[in-house]
Design a protein around this ligand. Sequence first.
Ligand code: AP5
Length: 216
Amino acid sequence: MQFVFLGPPGVGKGTQAAKVSEKHGVVHIATGDILRKAMAEKSPLGVKAKGYIDEGKLVPDALIIELMNDRVRQPDAKSGYILDGFPRTMGQGQAFTEALEQNGEHLDGVIYFSLDDAALVERISGRRSCPSCQSVYHMIFNRPKNDEICACGTPLIRRKDDDPETVTKRLSVYGDQTAPLIAYYKELGLLSEVDAGGDLEGVNGKVEEVLQGCSR
Ligand code: AP5
Protein backbone atom coordinates (compact mmCIF):
# COMPACT_ATOMS: atom_id res chain seq x y z
CA MET A 1 0.00 0.00 0.00
CA GLN A 2 1.71 3.19 -1.22
CA PHE A 3 -0.55 6.24 -0.98
CA VAL A 4 -0.26 10.02 -0.91
CA PHE A 5 -2.75 12.01 1.18
CA LEU A 6 -3.12 15.42 -0.45
CA GLY A 7 -5.14 18.43 0.67
CA PRO A 8 -5.13 21.84 2.34
CA PRO A 9 -3.84 22.62 5.85
CA GLY A 10 -6.18 21.34 8.54
CA VAL A 11 -8.30 19.13 6.28
CA GLY A 12 -7.53 16.02 8.38
CA LYS A 13 -4.78 14.31 6.36
CA GLY A 14 -2.72 13.52 9.47
CA THR A 15 -5.73 12.30 11.45
CA GLN A 16 -6.79 9.91 8.67
CA ALA A 17 -3.21 8.80 7.93
CA ALA A 18 -2.77 7.82 11.59
CA LYS A 19 -5.95 5.71 11.48
CA VAL A 20 -4.97 3.98 8.22
CA SER A 21 -1.44 3.36 9.50
CA GLU A 22 -2.74 1.68 12.64
CA LYS A 23 -5.37 -0.42 10.85
CA HIS A 24 -3.22 -1.61 7.93
CA GLY A 25 0.22 -1.73 9.58
CA VAL A 26 1.83 0.69 7.12
CA VAL A 27 4.06 3.56 8.18
CA HIS A 28 2.66 7.11 8.35
CA ILE A 29 5.30 9.51 7.01
CA ALA A 30 4.43 13.15 7.70
CA THR A 31 6.91 15.76 6.46
CA GLY A 32 5.50 18.29 8.94
CA ASP A 33 6.26 15.94 11.87
CA ILE A 34 9.77 15.22 10.53
CA LEU A 35 10.48 18.94 10.20
CA ARG A 36 9.03 19.86 13.64
CA LYS A 37 11.17 17.12 15.25
CA ALA A 38 14.22 18.46 13.42
CA MET A 39 13.41 21.98 14.69
CA ALA A 40 12.98 20.76 18.28
CA GLU A 41 16.36 19.00 18.06
CA LYS A 42 17.92 22.05 16.36
CA SER A 43 19.43 19.74 13.74
CA PRO A 44 20.91 21.32 10.57
CA LEU A 45 17.62 20.52 8.72
CA GLY A 46 15.57 22.01 11.56
CA VAL A 47 17.62 25.20 11.68
CA LYS A 48 17.20 25.68 7.91
CA ALA A 49 13.46 24.85 7.95
CA LYS A 50 12.41 26.98 10.95
CA GLY A 51 12.15 30.37 9.27
CA TYR A 52 10.04 29.01 6.40
CA ILE A 53 7.66 27.08 8.66
CA ASP A 54 7.18 29.93 11.15
CA GLU A 55 6.17 32.20 8.26
CA GLY A 56 3.79 29.66 6.72
CA LYS A 57 5.99 29.19 3.64
CA LEU A 58 7.13 25.89 2.15
CA VAL A 59 10.60 24.57 2.90
CA PRO A 60 12.65 24.55 -0.37
CA ASP A 61 12.28 21.47 -2.59
CA ALA A 62 16.03 20.84 -2.44
CA LEU A 63 15.77 20.08 1.30
CA ILE A 64 12.66 17.92 1.03
CA ILE A 65 13.09 15.75 -2.07
CA GLU A 66 16.27 13.96 -1.01
CA LEU A 67 14.95 13.59 2.55
CA MET A 68 11.78 11.85 1.32
CA ASN A 69 13.39 9.72 -1.38
CA ASP A 70 15.61 8.37 1.36
CA ARG A 71 12.78 8.04 3.92
CA VAL A 72 10.62 5.78 1.74
CA ARG A 73 13.62 3.43 1.27
CA GLN A 74 13.91 2.76 5.02
CA PRO A 75 13.05 -0.77 6.24
CA ASP A 76 9.84 0.29 8.02
CA ALA A 77 8.40 1.51 4.67
CA LYS A 78 8.92 -1.83 2.91
CA SER A 79 5.38 -3.05 3.66
CA GLY A 80 3.85 0.25 2.56
CA TYR A 81 3.41 3.89 3.52
CA ILE A 82 1.03 6.80 3.68
CA LEU A 83 2.69 10.08 2.74
CA ASP A 84 1.09 13.04 4.55
CA GLY A 85 2.29 16.49 3.44
CA PHE A 86 4.51 15.26 0.60
CA PRO A 87 4.65 15.98 -2.27
CA ARG A 88 3.35 19.55 -2.06
CA THR A 89 4.89 21.25 -5.08
CA MET A 90 4.97 20.19 -8.73
CA GLY A 91 8.75 19.88 -8.43
CA GLN A 92 8.40 17.45 -5.51
CA GLY A 93 5.65 15.49 -7.30
CA GLN A 94 7.61 15.06 -10.52
CA ALA A 95 10.86 14.21 -8.71
CA PHE A 96 9.05 11.60 -6.60
CA THR A 97 7.39 9.98 -9.63
CA GLU A 98 10.82 9.71 -11.29
CA ALA A 99 12.44 8.28 -8.15
CA LEU A 100 9.73 5.61 -7.87
CA GLU A 101 10.04 4.73 -11.56
CA GLN A 102 13.80 4.34 -11.22
CA ASN A 103 13.13 1.70 -8.56
CA GLY A 104 10.43 -0.02 -10.63
CA GLU A 105 7.73 1.19 -8.23
CA HIS A 106 4.57 3.28 -8.45
CA LEU A 107 1.96 4.79 -6.17
CA ASP A 108 -1.28 2.86 -5.67
CA GLY A 109 -3.20 6.11 -5.44
CA VAL A 110 -3.53 9.68 -4.20
CA ILE A 111 -6.42 10.71 -1.97
CA TYR A 112 -7.33 14.37 -2.29
CA PHE A 113 -9.25 15.61 0.76
CA SER A 114 -11.49 18.59 -0.02
CA LEU A 115 -13.11 21.03 2.43
CA ASP A 116 -14.11 24.70 2.36
CA ASP A 117 -11.84 27.34 3.94
CA ALA A 118 -14.22 28.21 6.82
CA ALA A 119 -14.25 24.56 7.99
CA LEU A 120 -10.44 24.36 7.62
CA VAL A 121 -9.99 27.40 9.85
CA GLU A 122 -12.43 25.93 12.43
CA ARG A 123 -10.45 22.66 12.50
CA ILE A 124 -7.06 24.39 12.79
CA SER A 125 -8.19 26.84 15.47
CA GLY A 126 -9.30 24.00 17.80
CA ARG A 127 -6.33 21.72 17.10
CA ARG A 128 -3.99 20.63 19.89
CA SER A 129 -0.86 18.60 19.11
CA CYS A 130 1.41 16.38 21.16
CA PRO A 131 5.05 17.45 20.79
CA SER A 132 6.15 14.02 22.00
CA CYS A 133 4.14 11.33 20.12
CA GLN A 134 2.63 13.64 17.44
CA SER A 135 -0.97 12.69 18.27
CA VAL A 136 -3.50 15.29 17.13
CA TYR A 137 -6.71 16.32 18.95
CA HIS A 138 -9.46 18.90 18.55
CA MET A 139 -10.96 20.70 21.55
CA ILE A 140 -14.51 20.19 20.16
CA PHE A 141 -14.41 17.38 17.57
CA ASN A 142 -11.79 15.00 19.03
CA ARG A 143 -11.21 15.93 22.65
CA PRO A 144 -8.33 14.50 24.72
CA LYS A 145 -9.57 12.35 27.65
CA ASN A 146 -7.71 14.62 30.09
CA ASP A 147 -8.06 18.29 29.24
CA GLU A 148 -4.99 19.50 27.30
CA ILE A 149 -3.00 16.31 28.15
CA CYS A 150 -2.13 13.68 25.53
CA ALA A 151 -2.90 9.97 26.11
CA CYS A 152 0.92 9.56 26.38
CA GLY A 153 0.94 11.99 29.34
CA THR A 154 2.56 14.97 27.59
CA PRO A 155 0.92 18.42 27.83
CA LEU A 156 -0.63 19.35 24.47
CA ILE A 157 0.43 22.46 22.57
CA ARG A 158 -0.95 24.75 19.88
CA ARG A 159 1.34 24.71 16.86
CA LYS A 160 3.09 28.04 16.33
CA ASP A 161 2.07 28.04 12.64
CA ASP A 162 -1.61 27.64 13.63
CA ASP A 163 -1.99 31.35 14.53
CA PRO A 164 -4.63 33.04 12.27
CA GLU A 165 -2.15 35.15 10.26
CA THR A 166 0.11 32.20 9.42
CA VAL A 167 -2.91 30.00 8.59
CA THR A 168 -4.05 32.59 6.01
CA LYS A 169 -0.57 32.49 4.49
CA ARG A 170 -0.51 28.66 4.48
CA LEU A 171 -3.88 28.51 2.70
CA SER A 172 -2.62 30.92 0.05
CA VAL A 173 0.64 28.95 -0.41
CA TYR A 174 -1.44 25.77 -0.71
CA GLY A 175 -3.56 27.30 -3.50
CA ASP A 176 -0.51 28.54 -5.42
CA GLN A 177 1.99 25.72 -4.96
CA THR A 178 0.22 22.52 -3.87
CA ALA A 179 -3.21 22.60 -5.55
CA PRO A 180 -1.66 22.12 -9.05
CA LEU A 181 -0.78 18.57 -7.92
CA ILE A 182 -4.51 17.73 -8.03
CA ALA A 183 -4.53 18.04 -11.85
CA TYR A 184 -1.11 16.35 -12.06
CA TYR A 185 -2.24 13.19 -10.24
CA LYS A 186 -5.63 13.24 -12.02
CA GLU A 187 -3.77 13.19 -15.34
CA LEU A 188 -1.74 10.19 -14.10
CA GLY A 189 -5.01 8.39 -13.26
CA LEU A 190 -4.12 8.17 -9.56
CA LEU A 191 -6.46 10.71 -7.93
CA SER A 192 -9.54 9.97 -5.81
CA GLU A 193 -11.37 12.85 -4.12
CA VAL A 194 -12.82 12.42 -0.64
CA ASP A 195 -15.17 15.04 0.78
CA ALA A 196 -13.54 15.68 4.18
CA GLY A 197 -16.71 17.18 5.68
CA GLY A 198 -18.39 15.14 8.40
CA ASP A 199 -17.03 13.42 11.48
CA LEU A 200 -13.77 11.46 11.76
CA GLU A 201 -15.38 8.03 11.43
CA GLY A 202 -17.52 9.08 8.45
CA VAL A 203 -14.47 10.41 6.59
CA ASN A 204 -12.52 7.27 7.54
CA GLY A 205 -15.22 5.09 5.97
CA LYS A 206 -14.83 6.98 2.68
CA VAL A 207 -11.03 6.65 2.85
CA GLU A 208 -11.23 2.89 3.43
CA GLU A 209 -13.51 2.53 0.39
CA VAL A 210 -10.92 4.28 -1.79
CA LEU A 211 -8.03 2.23 -0.36
CA GLN A 212 -9.85 -1.03 -1.05
CA GLY A 213 -10.64 0.08 -4.61
CA CYS A 214 -7.04 1.09 -5.40
CA SER A 215 -4.87 -1.45 -3.59
CA ARG A 216 -3.14 -4.18 -5.52
P1 AP5 B 1 2.18 20.08 7.88
O1 AP5 B 1 2.44 19.68 9.28
O2 AP5 B 1 2.21 19.04 6.81
O3 AP5 B 1 0.86 20.94 7.85
P2 AP5 B 1 -0.35 21.02 6.77
O4 AP5 B 1 -0.22 20.29 5.49
O5 AP5 B 1 -0.57 22.46 6.68
O6 AP5 B 1 -1.41 20.16 7.39
P3 AP5 B 1 -1.90 20.20 8.84
O7 AP5 B 1 -0.98 19.39 9.72
O8 AP5 B 1 -2.15 21.62 9.26
O9 AP5 B 1 -3.33 19.53 8.70
P4 AP5 B 1 -3.87 18.06 8.47
O10 AP5 B 1 -4.52 18.00 7.14
O11 AP5 B 1 -2.85 16.99 8.78
O12 AP5 B 1 -5.03 18.05 9.55
P5 AP5 B 1 -5.13 17.31 10.97
O13 AP5 B 1 -5.30 15.84 10.80
O14 AP5 B 1 -4.09 17.81 11.91
O15 AP5 B 1 3.28 21.17 7.42
C1 AP5 B 1 3.64 22.26 8.26
C2 AP5 B 1 4.69 23.10 7.55
O16 AP5 B 1 5.87 22.30 7.29
C3 AP5 B 1 4.30 23.65 6.17
O17 AP5 B 1 3.59 24.86 6.27
C4 AP5 B 1 5.68 23.82 5.51
O18 AP5 B 1 6.32 24.97 5.95
C5 AP5 B 1 6.46 22.62 6.03
N1 AP5 B 1 6.35 21.47 5.13
C6 AP5 B 1 5.75 20.28 5.41
N2 AP5 B 1 5.84 19.45 4.37
C7 AP5 B 1 6.51 20.13 3.40
C8 AP5 B 1 6.90 19.80 2.07
N3 AP5 B 1 6.60 18.60 1.52
N4 AP5 B 1 7.55 20.75 1.34
C9 AP5 B 1 7.85 21.94 1.87
N5 AP5 B 1 7.51 22.33 3.11
C10 AP5 B 1 6.85 21.41 3.88
O19 AP5 B 1 -6.59 17.87 11.42
C11 AP5 B 1 -6.75 19.24 11.75
C12 AP5 B 1 -7.68 19.37 12.97
O20 AP5 B 1 -8.99 18.94 12.60
C13 AP5 B 1 -7.27 18.49 14.16
O21 AP5 B 1 -7.54 19.20 15.33
C14 AP5 B 1 -8.19 17.26 14.04
O22 AP5 B 1 -8.45 16.68 15.30
C15 AP5 B 1 -9.43 17.87 13.42
N6 AP5 B 1 -10.13 16.96 12.53
C16 AP5 B 1 -9.59 16.07 11.65
N7 AP5 B 1 -10.57 15.44 10.97
C17 AP5 B 1 -11.75 15.94 11.43
C18 AP5 B 1 -13.13 15.70 11.11
N8 AP5 B 1 -13.48 14.78 10.18
N9 AP5 B 1 -14.07 16.41 11.76
C19 AP5 B 1 -13.70 17.34 12.69
N10 AP5 B 1 -12.44 17.62 13.04
C20 AP5 B 1 -11.47 16.92 12.41
